[in-house]
Unconditional design. Structure first.
Length: 426
């Protein structure tokens, strides 16, 4: 009986605690359920977009699809037959605020009258305008071209081609015409396999492209696409061909200064172009360096004079002697000989003092002061006599399409910065 009473009392004491634990567990479950339900409702509400947002997304997707279709259409159009004009101006940077328009071509040329591309031009719906070429060859044949940019100008020039300078010099303009996209023209021309006498040039602002009437090894090619270039000042590097002019100037000034400062010549402390002999010596150095690869194989051999057309000779003078264009000395008949009976040609005896072992020219700096304006500085050393000098040569870029000058620059100044006499050498 006593044991039964004790068990009954223990049961009575534990019952309230059990109910408390049950209540706490139920409350906790209910609270967590409510929290989870709230989070679920919030997530559900945030996953349902507003009607306006849905419409905006649909509009953006529709616009994207339209742009994709347009791009695909443009890509396809550029792969069409070359007889169809489709080269509208495009912006390579795809920038809405860009002010620069880029043209992938200005003109397309059709050279084979028997080709399908040539004949299809007659079905383009555009009239073919004929341009007169009174200087054509006996073997000339019809050549057609189509303008690919509005207001582009195309001209045909007749002239001489200098193999040594790889430069076409225009003598006269045969015709010039301006047109718009799709305009067609025809003229008679002869495409040579040797030295071209004609050049077709297309221009539009700073855009420029040209084609020499010369087969390029792809004689089966019936359509010529002239690459487009945008003129800008050409960068000057130590291996640039115009450095031959700079070397000739530094070398000649070193010879001039050595004669005065070492041997006491009465030339004074001026500059080489003030004396006729050094004037022609610099020109001879420059011509020799530019033609070195074409006229000699061994620096120790004797060289024959280099025959030059008058226009090329004048180009050397205009490029080197920026301050003496109207005050030129007469040829000395040793380094330079003028023979008007030979189609007004000059014979220039090349001099290669720069290549001798007793002279060293070290480029001190090549610096662009501003676009198209450069400074070149040399340390020139006469090793035989222990004389050194520091020179600065000023240059200016020439406009690219200028056919009268084969050089990229012209000299605008020469300055002696420092001299080191033999007794002052370390």
């Amino acid at each position: 009986m006593r044991k039964v009473l004790i068990v009954f009392l223990i049961f009575i004491m534990l019952s309230p605690l059990s109910s408390c634990f049950d209540k706490l567990g139920v409350d906790k479950f209910v609270k967590e359920s409510k929290d989870n339900s709230s989070v679920s409702n919030q997530a559900s509400e945030s996953s349902i977009p507003d009607q306006s947002i849905q419409e905006t997304a649909q509009e953006q997707e529709s616009e994207r699809l339209n742009q994709t279709e347009t791009t695909q259409s443009q890509d396809t159009s550029h792969k069409t037959d070359p007889t169809t004009s489709q080269h509208d101006p495009v912006d390579p940077n795809q920038s809405d605020d860009s002010q620069h328009i880029y043209y992938d071509r200005l003109v397309t040329i059709f050279t084979d009258p028997e080709s399908e591309e040539f004949r299809q031009l007659e079905n383009s719906g555009k009239p073919i305008q004929f341009l007169e070429n009174n200087l054509n060859h006996d073997l000339a044949k019809p050549i057609r071209f189509r303008i690919e940019a509005d207001e582009a100008t195309v001209r045909l020039e007749y002239g001489d081609f200098s193999v040594n300078m790889m430069h076409f010099h225009p003598i006269m303009e045969v015709f010039s015409v301006q047109g718009n996209v799709g305009d067609l023209f025809e003229f008679d021309g002869f495409i040579t396999e040797s030295i071209p006498n004609f050049k077709l040039i297309a221009t539009l602002g700073d855009f420029y492209s040209d084609w020499d009437f010369l087969y390029n090894g792809k004689e089966e090619e019936k359509v010529v696409i002239m690459p487009v270039e945008i003129w800008q000042p050409e960068p000057l590097t130590e291996d640039h061909s115009f450095m031959n002019i700079c070397r000739a100037i530094a070398m000649t000034q070193l010879s001039y200064d050595t004669s005065h400062y070492v041997f006491g010549a009465d030339t004074g402390s001026g500059y080489f172009y003030e004396t006729d002999h050094y004037y022609w010596l610099c020109l001879s150095e420059a011509v020799g360096l530019y033609n070195m690869d074409y006229y000699q194989n061994d620096i120790n051999t004797k060289y024959d004079p280099i025959s030059m057309e008058e226009w090329l000779f004048d180009a050397f003078i205009d490029t080197i002697y920026w301050n003496l264009r109207n005050d030129l000395p007469a040829p000395d008949d040793y380094l330079v000989t003028y023979t008007p009976e030979r189609h007004e040609k000059y014979d220039v005896l090349p001099v290669y003092n720069y290549l001798t072992e007793n002279v060293r020219l070290d480029v001190f700096t090549i610096y662009e002061i501003e676009p198209g304006i450069w400074e070149v500085e040399y340390w020139a050393n006469d090793l035989d006599h222990g004389f050194s000098a520091h020179y600065r040569i000023n240059l200016q870029s020439l406009y690219y399409p200028d056919g009268n000058n084969p050089f990229s620059y012209m000299v605008t100044g020469l300055e002696r910065l420092e001299i080191v006499l033999p007794q002052d050498q370390p």
